[in-house]
Ligand binder design. Structure first.
Ligand SMILES: [Zn+2]
Length: 204
């Protein structure tokens, strides 16, 4: 049994972080709702993967990035026997204003700068994602270090006391990606990619 610490990004009070209006002129994707739908689906599917899911942000409101890391680390400290990884779940947007439709699309994962076990976890997530996402999915990668992930010192990743990856699960200001992110099929596939990637990390 492996533990997946789920950092579902943002909150109902986060400004921006929403898609343009859809064709009906009313509905749109909110990133905080999307990350909570994915987290919920991970919880539902976790037993199939023999994974213990831990939701770090059960509330709807946003909490600071360092509080997210603090919650992860206090869980790790209080459960010393467990094998933990942390995944921070996000949706992507291109450009300054996320309420404008753009062409950029696809999936990517980030780790902190430098070579750690987080790079191995990211590689496993890319490999799982390639299994679960539609065949025309665009995978955004940085091959300069011989693996696929992109690197930046995000607060949550930097402070986490276990391997940690941030996933940008498609672009909500790309119309095709946004439809996928709003679909049950999309949420299900994203959840499964996170679970399978975690299993690969611990078993391969
Ligand atoms: Zn985000």
């Amino acid at each position: 049994m492996y533990t997946l610490l789920i950092d579902n990004g943002h909150g109902s009070d986060t400004p921006g972080k929403r898609s343009p209006l859809l064709e009906d002129g009313r509905s749109r994707l909110f990133e905080w709702k999307f990350t909570r739908r994915v987290a919920q689906r991970i919880v539902e599917l976790a037993p199939q993967y023999d994974i213990k899911p831990v939701i770090l942000v059960p509330e709807d409101e946003d909490i600071s990035l360092s509080t997210r890391a603090t919650r992860a680390n206090s869980y790790i400290r209080s459960n010393p026997g467990e094998k933990c990884v942390l995944i921070s779940i996000h949706g992507n947007a291109f450009g300054k204003d996320s309420e404008v439709w753009m062409n950029a699309r696809g999936w990517e994962a980030w780790t902190t700068v430098g070579k750690t076990n987080s790079d191995k976890l990211a590689e496993c997530l890319y490999n799982a994602a390639r299994k679960f996402f539609p065949s025309d999915t665009k995978f955004r990668t940085d091959k300069s270090e011989g693996d696929q992930d992109k690197e930046k010192d995000f607060t949550v990743l930097k402070k986490a006391a276990c391997p940690a990856v941030l996933t940008e699960n498609f672009f909500f200001n790309n119309i095709e990606d946004c439809r996928y992110m709003l679909s049950y099929m999309g949420i299900d596939a994203i959840a499964r990619a996170h679970l399978a990637g975690t299993v690969y990390y611990f078993t391969m």
